[in-house]
Ligand binder design. Structure first.
Ligand code: NAD
Length: 354
């Protein structure tokens, strides 16, 4: 069971150490032998081998079952041309691994309700929504261009989807819903966009195979509103690339802190990529201040989706809750009356609780 760790830049190495610590503990608790490889990506790869995504990194990932990615980027590399910047490595690795579905849970632990932008009565006893965003199609990858016509400038980005692209991500979302509360909301703009009308008809067709899951459709403008009005109506959401990009950031902020948000990217290739959604946070790098919980929960997702170890994943969620219950907080989620600790200590406490 090969796992590749890609620490990256800034706080990347610090949070990766904590993620690895947790996988070690789970390995011994469940007598599972994880083997580890380390690989370069982002600024550190530019410094060491001259490109943000070395071929060796792709090869190592392709030979693995799961990849953990810390974070990449930093001011040092900001002036490089686009294709040589650290972030180009991120898009490159997702593409190389054929990852077409991005899973972004909006998980608000009840202990951290004060950090949310929503009112207490809207939050109830916490939030647990899974957003599935299509990752390799739509207008981010469609035909784009710019031209001058009769002295006026014109630009376009084409929103294009095939039925098979929609079907594969929809199936994945239905499977997830089946394992959760059994409810899927498909978000589109079918009142205006032809690509959304195709999206909706494919989702309807796939739903024939998932009669046990309730399906509803929602226009994206309404969905943006409903997420802040009554987020508890959602269980699993599936949507296209651009709507998912925007809605998952909106939903993420309902939980209050970037340091708590994990993600998984999956495809047909049997390799999963797991990463916190935050960046390399150069402002706090090397200060033992980064919150490692997003990375630690990303490991829980890895255990669930790549290794089918749901019980071990639950152990991690339970341990995180237990440590928060005892009042321990990193600086980003600190509240009066709590105990402030650093990255390493948070990792240690969660590992001990497991
Ligand atoms: P960022 O997510 O790195 O930081 C935004 C703010 O959140 C900062 O104040 C930071 O200190 C804080 N923060 C982030 N993660 C935290 C954590 N785990 N614990 C506590 N505080 C945390 O976003 P940015 O500052 O816009 O970007 C910094 C660099 O990261 C840029 O080079 C950007 O391109 C890159 N980036 C990388 C990824 C990625 O690797 N997936 C994602 C986003 C941004």
């Amino acid at each position: 069971m090969m796992v590749v760790f890609i620490p990256g830049d800034g706080i990347g190495p610090e949070i990766t150490n904590q993620a690895r610590k947790i996988l070690d503990v789970i390995g011994s608790k469940y007598s599972r032998k994880f083997q580890y490889e380390y690989a370069l990506l982002g600024g550190v790869a530019i410094d060491e081998v001259g490109v943000p995504l070395p071929q060796e990194t792709i090869d190592k990932c392709m030979a693995s079952k799961a990849v953990f990615l810390g974070a990449v980027g930093g001011h040092k590399w900001d002036d490089l041309p686009g294709h040589l910047r650290p972030e180009a490595g991120l898009l490159g690795i997702r593409k190389a691994l054929g990852l077409y579905a991005n899973l972004r849970p909006t998980l608000l632990f009840p202990q951290l309700k004060a950090a949310s932008t929503l009112k207490e009565e809207v939050l109830g006893d916490g939030l647990d929504i899974m957003i599935v965003r299509e990752l390799t199609g739509g207008m981010y990858f469609g035909d784009k261009g710019r031209e001058e016509v009769d002295g006026d400038e014109r630009a376009w980005d084409v929103e294009v989807y095939t039925a098979s692209e929609i079907e594969r991500v929809t199936r994945l979302a239905f499977e997830l819903a089946r394992d959760r509360e059994g409810h899927l909301t498909s978000i589109d703009k079918a009142n205006v966009l032809e690509s959304s009308r195709l999206w909706r008809s494919v989702v309807e067709k796939v739903s024939e195979d998932y009669k046990d899951v309730t399906l509803n459709h929602m226009y994206v403008d309404n969905a943006a509103m409903q997420l802040v009005r009554n987020p508890h109506q959602f269980d699993v959401i599936v949507t296209n690339n651009i709507f998912g990009d925007i809605l998952s950031d909106e939903a993420g902020m309902l939980t209050g802190s970037l340091g708590m948000l994990p993600s998984a990217s999956l495809g047909d290739g049997n390799i999963g990529l797991y990463e916190p959604i935050h960046g390399s946070a150069p402002d706090i790098a090397g200060k033992d201040m980064a919150n490692p919980i997003a990375s630690i929960i990303s490991i829980a997702m890895m255990l669930e989706y790549s290794f089918n170890m749901k019980e071990a994943a639950q152990d991690i969620y339970g341990a995180v809750k237990g440590v928060l219950d005892k009042g321990y907080r990193t600086a980003d989620i600190m509240e009066p009356g709590m105990i402030e600790i650093g990255t390493e200590k948070m990792g240690d406490l969660i590992a001990q609780a497991i």
